[in-house]
Design a protein around this ligand. Structure first.
Ligand code: FEO
Length: 615
């Protein structure tokens, strides 16, 4: 019997669930099953987007037949050739011989490889479109997310992104199709993380490329090939993807993974965890011989600090730990602090060997001292363990975070570590008045008190944002990281929010608990604050404000003013004729002339004559 779900008025989910599969791809346990999504677009032409795994092929075929209701199937878009999405293709072609396959050239080659079929496909490439009547489908190549032939499809009519494996989740659908119909963060986020990190974790750069392409599209719905359809609040999952794909930790805390044959290494790991906890540091532990590797990989992507403890075995690393480390290296783990504990009754070698493996990864900071046990931890070695705890604790200043409730009842966290990201740098200041979101670039943010956590910002009075903050008393500061491109400065710094939408180019609508937007990308922290006072500084207003929320977004260094001038701001282009004039040090605007009026204000960034230099 068919089982279909309406996605929109002319889009139908025709996929299927498998709860009998033990190991997805033969490697990953799926105790809650897995869904294989396929979508049928009912336009003037009918279009099926992908098929399903052979285990549930029959259900797809029934679903498609019922949904078509006697109409022919005109197109089959093949976004991904991995057999969990393509296995039903051959049977589908037998039943609908008139269907036209739409795919890219790499996919056509793979169809031949998998099915020994020479198909007369409509070959598409980056930016190509297919009009099906009311809908126009745009094809966007997404190589290595998660195979080289992968492409995604964007329906510009209904603003739907068919995202292939991206934004998928392990776990069968249990009646609900949309992520907003379940408590996703409570019940499914762990499986979304395990899916992402294990399936496409290795390909962070390629995922970032896809995210950047998607950021230019207005998206109202995301239809992945596994798990839920996203139609609301998908900025949360996109923010997670940004962290995972840039190998930045989601949370600050320590993951301890240990391999212990007779319990002595485990005992040392337990004592370490207990001491870390007593220092106010979140800790999770895994016995690598018991917990599936895919869960530990996912945890390694989640936490900021990793400790590996292993006994020595056959003069090497214990087998399950060795397998875990090889898998972690293969999944490209980066940007973590790593501690190592080894054990050996006569010749401990596992410490050095573990470190050698992990040294292949980028940006791992190893704690200087490896704790080395001989058979078991002795009281005389407790100071060594304590030293490891203190080395880690040094990264967690004021390690307890404060949880507060915001006005709208949402929970907000104040992570004091976000204050340590402040520098004489550059920031995107954002605010909201009614439905109007606005923002500008500022260069002055400082912490003024620790209890309560209070900051000061200075904003040019000419900025529209200043008036909005004076009226609403609330703002966010997104701390720009060194990766911030010049376009962010153009977007927020070179025009006024009075007559433009500063967020027009932003594909994401990420907001903190106060409802104000922030930049989740090219930033390392966001600070939300409520104004408690202001001071007239002539050209600028200084706002004093209590911090209501602060979050670390990435481990990237903050962008300093110096870094901006050295690496981001475009250099003046050499010209044939030497021009006389003055260039704005902030945005590069050139005023041509012998003298710069003292009251001159840059027409682009609104900075005064003091910020100009002679050409
Ligand atoms: Fe769900 Fe890469 O296949």
């Amino acid at each position: 019997m068919h089982c279909i779900k309406k996605v929109t008025d002319d889009l139908i989910w025709v996929g299927a669930n498998d709860r009998r599969l033990a190991m997805f791809e033969g490697v990953y346990s799926v105790p809650n099953g897995v869904s294989y999504n396929a979508y049928l677009l009912m336009d003037e032409k009918t279009v099926l987007v992908d098929t399903v795994d052979k285990a549930v092929q029959q259900r797809l075929l029934e679903n498609v037949a019922v949904a078509l209701n006697g109409r022919p199937l005109d197109y089959l878009i093949v976004q991904h050739m991995e057999p969990d999405h393509s296995a039903a293709m051959k049977e589908l072609l037998l039943r609908y011989p008139g269907v036209k396959i739409v795919c890219n050239a790499k996919t056509q080659t793979m169809i031949k490889q998998f099915f020994d079929l020479d198909v007369d496909a409509l070959i598409v490439g980056e930016g190509d479109t297919l009009n099906t009547g009311r809908h126009t489908l745009h094809f966007v190549m997404a190589p290595m997310v998660h195979w080289p032939e992968v492409m995604v499809t964007y329906d510009s009519t209904d603003k739907i992104l068919f995202s292939a494996d991206a934004f998928g989740t392990f776990g069968a659908l249990n009646g609900a199709l949309f992520a907003d119909e379940v408590d996703f963060n409570r019940d499914y986020l762990d499986e979304a993380r395990r899916y992402y990190t294990n399936i496409v974790g290795k390909y962070g750069t390629q995922v970032q490329t896809l995210l950047n392409k998607a950021a230019t599209l207005p998206i109202e719905m995301i239809c992945p090939l596994h798990g839920f359809v996203w139609r609301k609040n998908f900025s949360d999952i996109i923010a997670k993807y940004m962290l995972w794909s840039s190998y930045q930790p989601e949370e600050r805390g320590v993951m301890i993974a240990y391999a212990s044959v007779y319990g002595n290494t485990e005992n040392a790991a337990e004592i370490l965890a207990s001491k870390l906890h007593d220092n106010g540091i979140k800790t999770v532990m895994f016995d690598v011989s018991v917990t599936p590797t895919s869960e530990i990989i996912a945890a390694a992507f989640r936490w900021s600090h990793l400790v590996f403890a292993s006994t020595t075995y056959n003069a090497g690393i214990f087998v399950s730990m060795e397998a875990l480390l090889d898998d972690l290296v293969a999944h490209n783990i980066q940007n973590r602090t790593v501690g190592i504990l080894e054990n050996g009754s006569w010749a401990a070698t596992s410490g050095n060997l573990m470190r050698e493996k992990l040294e292949k990864c980028k940006n791992l900071h190893f704690l200087e001292h490896t704790v080395s046990l001989k058979s078991s931890l002795k009281a005389s070695q407790l100071p060594e363990l304590e030293a490891m705890v203190q080395s880690i604790a040094a990264d967690f200043p004021h390690s307890t975070t404060n949880t507060v409730a915001s006005k709208d009842g949402k929970t907000a966290v104040i992570d004091p570590a976000a204050m340590f990201k402040l520098s004489y740098g550059l920031f995107v200041l954002t605010t909201k008045d009614g439905q109007k979101d606005n923002g500008c670039i500022i260069n002055t943010v400082m912490q003024v008190t620790a209890s309560p956590v209070r900051i000061a910002i200075a904003v040019n009075k000419a900025n529209f944002t200043t008036g909005m903050i004076a009226k609403t008393g609330a703002f966010n500061v997104s701390i720009l990281a060194e990766s911030a491109p010049f376009r962010i400065f153009e977007q927020f710094g070179f025009n006024s929010g009075k007559d433009s939408d500063k967020f027009a180019q932003c594909g994401y609508d990420t907001r903190t608990a106060n409802g104000i937007r922030y930049l989740p990308q090219h930033t390392n922290s966001v600070i939300s604050a409520t104004v408690t006072g202001s001071y007239d500084c002539g050209t600028h207003t200084m706002f004093i404000a209590d911090v209501t929320e602060s979050l670390i977004l990435s481990g990237e260094p903050s962008m300093t003013y110096q870094y901006y001038f050295d690496h981001v701001k475009p250099k003046p282009q050499p010209s044939q004729e030497a021009k006389k004039g003055f260039a704005c040090k902030i945005c590069g605007y050139v005023f041509e002339g012998e003298t710069l009026p003292a009251d001159f204000v840059c027409p682009l960034c609104k900075h005064g004559a003091d910020d100009f230099e002679s050409l």
